[in-house]
Design a protein around this ligand. Structure first.
Ligand SMILES: *Cc1c(COP(=O)(O)O)cnc(C)c1O
Length: 470
């Protein structure tokens, strides 16, 4: 398998060449030259497999520059009951009728990002050792991504993490989760400022090309193809749990922000997994819902990006969306470049409402969408708690709210559970009057010793710290 860019660069790269990269050199995103298809007979055989073996089968279709025995070892090392809480790794449970929840949030940081990040940690360690290189990951986080990256990279050889976060602005639980990591290769830097200040520092350091290459600075952002690929696996795993024979179809509802999670569902569907609908659920920041309803993709300015009670979906621009547009437009890189480079980067929008491609999109690709608000979120959390005795997190609640509008009788609808309620306890208490359950391994984490360095929002000081610690 080879990989090309969504903006027209046809240079065919192998998996390990793009593993440690962000964007393609032309500013596009990497995609495989074509999607391998999975026949029904193969799907049937896969019903027998453990999650780790299923992951190995799917990854093998996309990775041919890691020896199979090594790839298998990496999959088995990653997807264990010990790390993810159950043998099923992503257990599906019925909520009511055709509505199901697929649990993706029982990994180390209790959010679905662990599903991909844990594999990425092992892939990075493997590839860096093979090359005899090291990588210093620099990131900015307001919560989920940073902790998932740290828990994936802790103790890994050849990798260090420098994670900036806005001082005092993450929830006490999130701070405890990150700052209680005492591993030598994990560096928490609390910046006196807001999330944007952290992101500006990361950008400034990355734009200093000499510094970047001297100190081998990299990132782990959501456009990384390996992350997306790891996520494809749980669409197959969910399908296989919710069906008994291979002619059945299922739908998925995906709480969405950067379009990374649901884009993996798109890839699974392109591979032939019998998916009926891919339901994109957004919060008040409904850039994606607007597109799927109208054909207009309108990036929002910061002032128009709301802080909501499902904060991991608070995005103004969906960084993975370009991958779907590339497929939608028949893989025309020049057209994609014109839309994203010219229209979007100049703060604008694009309008595909009159194109035949957009008009055929729902039928051809299965995408539909919906928006959920704070009031919807509270009502859904309360309703699920009262009727089914379960607590769901705020993002998952957005999913359930939107899923209910699209569920078809007889077709299982799997809502992806993207976080556990304990991470967003305040809103759960607001909705139900009760504290969400806390998994045993997080009992008392607020009292653990912390390792975090406070720093003003000053690029020079961050650079000096990296310099002194690499
Ligand atoms: C990151 C995240 C999302 C959004 O996922 P995308 O891949 O960005 O669409 C949804 N819910 C939670 C809890 C998250 O952490």
């Amino acid at each position: 398998m080879r990989y090309i860019s969504t903006r027209g660069d046809q240079t065919a790269r192998r998996f390990c060449e793009i593993l440690l990269e962000g964007l393609a050199p032309d500013g596009g995103l990497y995609l495989p030259v074509s999607y391998p298809t999975v026949e029904r007979a193969t799907l049937r055989q896969w019903r027998q497999l453990s999650y780790a073996d299923l992951a190995f089968e799917i990854l093998s279709l996309y990775i041919d520059d890691i020896p199979p025995e090594d790839l298998k070892t990496l999959c088995h090392k990653t997807y264990t009951a010990d790390v993810f809480g159950t043998e099923a790794i992503v257990p599906v449970r019925r909520l009511a009728g055709d509505l199901h929840i697929e649990a993706l949030s029982n990994g180390p940081t209790l959010a679905f990002k662990d599903m991909a990040m844990q594999l990425l940690g092992n892939l990075f360690e493997y590839e860096l050792a093979r090359r005899g290189e090291i990588l210093n990951i620099l990131g900015a986080t307001s919560g989920d991504t940073g902790s998932a990256a740290e828990y994936a990279m802790r103790g890994k050889k050849g990798v260090r993490v420098f994670m900036t976060s806005p001082k005092g602005r993450m929830s006490p639980f999130q701070q405890a989760q990150m700052f209680s990591l005492l591993d030598e290769n994990i560096h928490n830097i609390a910046i006196e400022g807001v999330f944007d200040d952290c992101q500006d520092i990361v950008k400034a350091v990355s734009n200093d090309l000499a510094f970047k290459s001297k100190h081998r600075i990299g990132t782990v952002n959501s456009i990384n193809w390996a992350r997306l690929l790891a996520q494809v696996v749980y669409y197959f795993a969910g399908y296989l749990q919710a069906t008994t024979d291979d002619d059945q179809r299922v739908s998925f509802t995906v709480p969405s922000g950067n379009f990374g999670n649901v884009c993996a569902g798109h890839v699974a569907r392109m591979m032939g997994l019998p998916i009926d609908q891919l339901v994109v659920a957004t919060n008040e920041n409904n850039v994606l819902d607007e597109f799927f309803r109208t054909g207009i993709y309108r990036v929002r300015a910061s002032a128009e990006t709301y802080e909501t009670s499902s904060p991991s979906m608070d995005i103004s621009k969906a960084s993975n969306f370009e991958r779907f547009i590339y497929d939608l437009l028949g893989r025309d890189g020049a057209r994609v470049e014109a839309l994203f480079q010219d229209a979007i980067n100049q703060g604008g929008q694009f309008d595909l409402s009159d194109t035949p491609e957009f008009k055929a999109a729902a039928a051809r690709y299965g995408f539909v969408s919906g928006t959920s608000t704070h009031a919807d979120r509270l009502a859904t959390i309360r309703d699920v708690f009262n009727r089914h005795g379960e607590m769901i997190d705020t993002h998952t609640a957005d999913g359930v709210k939107v899923a209910r509008a699209h569920v078809k009788s007889g077709t299982p609808m799997l809502v992806l559970e993207t976080a556990l309620p304990i991470k967003f306890a305040e809103t759960i208490v607001e909705a139900t009057g009760q504290e969400p359950p806390r998994p045993a391994k997080f009992e008392g984490i607020e009292a653990l010793p912390k390792r975090v360095l406070n720093m003003p929002a000053d690029v020079k000081q961050v650079k000096a710290y990296i310099e002194a610690n690499t």
